[in-house]
Design a protein around this ligand. Structure first.
Ligand code: SF4
Length: 303
């Protein structure tokens, strides 16, 4: 793959900015240079991802969605991070594996897919842990085709059913339809969930849904939409309760609070009745103390 060509007229996500990222940035704020905010063992993912040893998370700077309530807004919106070369990214994957990571967890990698593929090509003969693609669900089928054969586990969000909320909070249209099409493509690439003897996921798709305050009926629509699109054993579902009103959530009074126990249990009951297997977060996860420090010391001084 010639990554320069992909960055010259960027269509890596459904926004299709078609900007020349060698000269300027698109909606995601990412140029053609790889920028990451943190690369370290991470223990706050689903148990089948973090396990006991941790997930080897690489947090990429910038984001194709830039939600108003983003918990990682310092790196998704404000661009915290530092630049690395493709070789350094490949070396980072190896370092994380050597430190005992259960997997390489690419967090918000979509703007950098061509470079990620080049880095994986450099070390694929030495990497034996699964590669996890941890993304916002707003993915292009064309970009997912590029990733076919490189990714073992897809970890997409499915944030909204209603376009009203997708537009209001993530500035995008057609979110649900695009995300469902993307998740179907992911399932077609990696198949049904498979685990090793320790319960760690080796292959499969885990769909994450974060319950938002006031939007419990939209959450029910999301779950019913998944039921219409997938059989019970095709995907795992991870229900998240950790919503915390940060960043620009204060500009939207209806989401400027934590979710209530009633709201979470209302959605949890629907998930339990759905037939999907998966995970649900403890309600206590909605405390900000559960939001890890998402950038390295190097990010403090770099931009
Ligand atoms: S990856 Fe960034 S520049 Fe490329 S289409 Fe998406 S938002 Fe635009």
């Amino acid at each position: 793959m010639n990554s320069i060509n992909e960055y010259k007229e960027c269509r890596l996500c459904p926004r299709e900015c078609k900007v020349d990222r060698t000269a300027r940035v698109g909606f995601c704020s990412s140029s053609d240079k790889i920028k990451i905010a943190r690369a370290a063992l991470h223990f706050w993912e689903e148990p089948c991802i973090s396990g006991k040893s941790g997930s080897g998370a690489v947090f990429f700077s910038g984001c194709t969605l830039r939600c108003v309530f983003c918990q990682n807004h310092e790196i998704s919106h404000l661009g915290k991070g530092y630049y690395i070369t493709t070789q350094e990214l490949a070396d980072t994957f190896m370092r994380l594996q050597d430190e005992g990571a259960n997997n390489i967890n690419l967090v918000s990698p979509t703007p950098y897919v061509p470079s990620v593929i080049e880095a994986l090509d450099m070390v694929k003969h030495k990497l034996y842990v699964p590669i996890v693609y941890n993304c916002g669900g707003y993915e292009s089928l064309r970009t997912l085709d590029m990733l076919n054969g490189y990714i073992d586990v897809y970890l997409p969000d499915l944030k909204y059913y209603s376009d009203e909320y997708a537009k209001k909070y993530s500035n995008c249209s057609g979110y649900f339809e695009k995300a469902i099409a993307a998740i179907k493509k992911m399932v077609s690439q990696v198949g049904k969930p498979q685990f090793d003897a320790d319960g760690l996921i080796k292959k499969g798709v885990i769909v994450r849904h974060l319950v938002l305050p006031t939007l419990r009926h939209d959450s029910i629509d999301v779950i019913n939409g998944l039921k219409s699109a997938f059989s019970d054993d095709e995907i795992l579902l991870s229900l998240m309760s950790q919503y915390t009103p940060v960043f620009k959530a204060c500009e939207h009074p209806e989401i400027n609070r934590r979710i209530s126990t009633f709201e979470y249990n209302y959605v949890l009951k629907c998930v339990q009745d759905s037939g999907f297997d998966g995970y649900s977060q403890e309600r206590s996860a909605s405390d900000t103390s559960y939001i890890p420090k998402f950038y390295d010391e190097k990010s403090e001084s770099a931009d």
